[in-house]
Design a binder for this molecule. Structure first.
Ligand SMILES: NC(=O)c1ccc[n+]([C@@H]2O[C@H](COP(=O)([O-])OP(=O)(O)OC[C@H]3O[C@@H](n4cnc5c(N)ncnc54)[C@H](OP(=O)(O)O)[C@@H]3O)[C@@H](O)[C@H]2O)c1
Length: 311
């Protein structure tokens, strides 16, 4: 259990149900949200915006990456995605194909250069290059600085920062050859808003922003746009501890949102983040590169002022 450091009225309690990643500070809220419709939107075919496009996603076996793979496939793209868990990967691949889309799962660990290179090569060769890359794989760590082991620090940086660098490293040559491409890298609202337990995570997600800015400058005149997406707390296994029954999780989210996200007072659904990725990858933002785009329900906008009782 982690201490909730938010300052809102404490009638609902200050102890978070969440350990680990959720305590990094990606809190949100849920109730009052059109969760079901938002969730369905990601897999609904809305248009053919990405018809025939080749889309690569790291971390597509779960959560945001999975919802984004489904959304791109529903919009006509051919999607190559990776993750370490082969069973889940094959399941997501099957779900997309059963829904009439095209997807290929490749088992790859983004910490390992050869695996990232081989994943990128396989997607490019199967689908004829890479039009869009969503470098999304990531892990959390919710420990105070003096509790964090060196190995844990290294693992977060290797996954979240080095993994994004490696993906960009191997994707860009294909995009340079084609003369176009869009890269979106998953940072986090935690890049802008640290928590006491977000040392490794916040550092890694700021590194993602750094990679994005440098790459945007490096390739802007060569047809490649590169942007960072900063999701706020999103209802995925990243924040939901295993084994919590649905009704208990729903009740938790109902309490958690108003305490932690002063804008929309709810967590995002993965499909809502996926829709933002598709928007950024579309032709609707030709002049946007090097940007950090927060999709966080207002959590980085600031906090409401809570006045103590006046004397
Ligand atoms: N959920 C949130 O509140 C939130 C908020 C802000 C930012 N984010 C960011 O959003 C991204 C996706 O998170 P999520 O919420 O969708 O969490 P999730 O459901 O836990 O998904 C994480 C994905 O990353 C993959 N991954 C992790 N380590 C990997 C590795 N070494 N090699 C390859 N794939 C790896 C996982 O696949 P395998 O386990 O199969 O390898 C999984 O597909 C992360 O970068 C996270 O930091 C999440």
């Amino acid at each position: 259990m982690e201490t909730n450091t938010n300052t809102k009225a404490g009638s609902l309690g200050r102890r978070s149900l969440l350990g680990g990643a959720a305590a990094l500070g990606m809190a949100g809220s849920v109730l009052g949200a059109p969760a079901a419709s938002a969730g369905q939107a990601g897999s609904r075919t809305r248009d053919g915006r990405f018809q025939g496009k080749s889309v690569l996603i790291t971390g597509g076996t779960s959560g945001i990456g999975r919802a984004t793979a489904q959304a791109f496939a529903a919009a006509g793209a051919r999607v190559g995605f990776c993750g370490r868990r082969a069973e889940l990967g094959r399941q997501v691949e099957r779900e997309i194909r059963d829904a009439g889309g095209e997807a290929t799962y490749v088992q790859a660990d983004v910490r390992v250069a050869d695996q990232v290179r081989s994943f990128v090569d396989r997607v490019a060769s199967r689908y004829g290059g890479i039009d869009v890359a969503f470098n999304n794989a990531g892990i959390g760590n919710g420990k105070l600085p003096h509790e964090l082991s060196v190995e844990e620090w290294d693992d977060v940086q290797a996954t979240n920062a080095r993994g994004v660098f490696l993906a960009v490293r191997y994707e860009v040559p294909y995009m340079l050859e084609a003369g176009h491409g869009v890269i979106i890298c998953t940072s986090s609202s935690a890049a802008e808003q640290a928590r006491p337990t977000s040392t490794a995570y916040t550092a890694s997600k700021r590194a993602v922003q750094g990679i994005v800015k440098a790459a945007a400058l490096a390739y802007g005149t060569r047809g490649i746009r590169v942007n960072a997406l900063l999701p706020g707390t999103t209802d995925t296994p990243f924040v939901r501890p295993p084994g919590i029954p649905d009704d208990a999780w729903t009740a938790y989210k109902k309490a958690f949102g108003p305490l932690n996200i002063d804008g929309l007072e709810r967590m995002a659904e993965p499909a809502e983040i996926a829709r933002a990725v598709l928007g950024l990858a579309s032709d609707d933002f030709p002049y946007m590169t090097g940007s950090s785009v927060a999709v966080d329900g207002g959590s980085t906008a600031g906090r409401r002022m809570i006045q103590p009782s006046r004397p």
